[in-house]
Design a protein around this ligand. Structure first.
Ligand code: AMP
Length: 447
């Protein structure tokens, strides 16, 4: 299946996405809503045991992406599903796979590729719960864990479904996985835009090991490489709710010189006094003085910067966890669990946490580093203020970031407001300078 992979041009980062105004590269058929109103998962043609399993999980009515994507997937078509995180896309690709698998079970029936280990673990967990009654066997093949043990488990357990990250899957191809996936019926690329952008060679190697499976592509964002790829596969294109800025989200920026950026971050986090273990809904709106966020995501551009920012916050007695791809898997899992279970209110992270992960309601997103790509900005701040909750996104802008800010504002079609909440006089400059000094090893631009 390697004819799908053509050499690609490097994507320009600062300018607003070139593909925004362009039509899809290949005319993909658009799936129409069925004439009869769809009310239940049973109406979509799913097996009774799956309808019951959905019901037991509290999934009573199919979401938009599920209504649109499940029928063509059941018919065997390749599908491109565009839907934001939280719109039910995991179930949209999992349910038709499980329906077909248990008509005539064998392993490996399906392979699901994701860009992050945490997302792979989350999908595997969903599959195990929904397929429990049928004794579904799911195995995660992800980096950061013992590769020999994973290969042995693959051979011994013969999973029905493998969920994995591309690098580790390719590593396992020559230790038995290639033979196991030879008769695979369905391949899923979740967060397909990212996989094609960051792991294209690995994805190509996986495709090369397959005959001609059904392909389901899911993404929150439509990019040109994804449209080209799905066009070549003649995918039926369905759109649920797109990644967008929630109406209840207030977006602000703080302009600060580079050398005092950390002090501004500490001021924002200390200024809001995130309340520990507070369960009830925040009162008022981010414009109110007494508004208190319960949980915050702080985004930095690289693993190293996450690490450094986290160390400085810890020195300031700001309780935070950190998540980035260079951490040992055990630490990644623990950090995410602590944040998901609200034992920690702040997660400092790279874009590994900006998409796909099922996170608790988030009230505050801080872009310590403003993203280079406006799409990443939308994904990051879109984690906040969901389901009608109030939320605030604050971006720290330095003298080097003005072009990125302009690109984001161009993409949003509106300007971010200047954050008027904090005074320069109350910046914890000396405390942070001491913290930076004691943490050591910080790069010049963070000093
Ligand atoms: P996603 O990340 O898009 O897969 O969305 C996952 C979240 O949506 C999970 O919390 C699911 O339990 C929930 N979810 C999925 N489908 C439905 C549905 N039809 N009705 C209600 N919640 C759903």
């Amino acid at each position: 299946m390697n004819g799908l992979f053509k050499p690609r041009k490097k994507k320009a980062k600062v300018a607003p996405p070139a593909d925004a105004a362009e039509p899809p590269a290949a005319a993909a058929p658009e799936h129409k809503q069925p004439d009869k109103p769809v009310l239940t998962f049973g109406d979509l043609g799913l097996a009774g045991w799956l309808v019951q399993a959905c019901d037991a999980l509290g999934l009573k009515r199919p979401s938009a992406i599920q209504r649109l994507a499940i029928p063509p997937a059941l018919k065997g078509s390749n599908v491109l599903g565009l839907a934001e995180t939280g719109s039910g896309k995991t179930a949209a690709f999992s349910l038709p796979i499980l329906h077909k698998l248990f008509e005539d079970p064998y392993g490996v029936f399906s392979l699901i590729l994701t860009p992050s280990r945490e997302l792979a673990a989350q999908i595997a967990k969903f599959l195990r719960i929904i397929g429990e009654a049928q004794k579904l066997r799911v195995q995660c093949v992800i980096g950061g864990e013992d590769v020999v043990r994973q290969s042995l488990e693959l051979t011994n357990q013969r999973p029905h479904i493998v969920v994995g990250t591309p690098g580790r899957l390719v590593e396992c191809l020559d230790s038995g996985l290639r033979e196991m996936i030879g008769n695979l019926r369905c391949l899923v690329l979740d967060e397909a835009d990212r996989l094609l952008e960051n792991a294209r060679d690995d994805v190509k190697a996986v495709f090369g090991a397959l005959k001609k499976p059904q392909v389901l592509l899911y993404s929150a964002t439509s990019t040109k490489p994804l449209e080209t790829f799905s066009g070549a596969l003649k995918c039926i294109r369905v759109e649920g709710s797109k990644a967008s800025i929630p109406k209840t989200l207030v977006q602000e920026y703080v302009f600060c010189p580079k050398r005092v950026k950390l002090a501004h971050l500490a001021q924002v986090l200390l200024g809001f006094e995130l309340e520990e273990k507070r369960d009830e809904e925040s009162k008022g709106t981010p414009a109110d003085r007494d508004w208190r966020p319960r949980s915050a995501l702080v985004f930095a551009q690289t693993c190293r910067r996450v690490h450094e920012v986290h160390a400085v916050l810890a020195h300031q007695s700001i309780d935070a966890r950190c998540l980035h791809s260079q951490l040992p898997q055990y630490d990644r899992t623990k950090a995410l669990e602590a944040f998901q279970q609200r034992r920690s209110q702040i997660l400092v992270c790279t874009d590994v946490a900006s998409r796909g992960l099922d996170l608790p309601a988030i009230d505050l997103v801080v872009n310590f580093d403003i993203p280079r790509d406006p799409d990443d900005y939308i994904h990051r701040v879109g984690r906040c203020a969901r389901n009608g909750h109030q939320g605030l996104a604050v971006s720290l802008i330095t003298q080097s970031d003005l072009a990125y800010l302009a690109a984001i504002e161009g993409c949003l079609g509106s300007r971010l407001a200047k954050c008027a909440r904090f005074s320069e006089k109350s910046l914890p400059l000396q405390d942070v300078a001491r913290a930076v000094e004691s943490v050591g090893g910080l790069r010049k631009d963070l000093d």
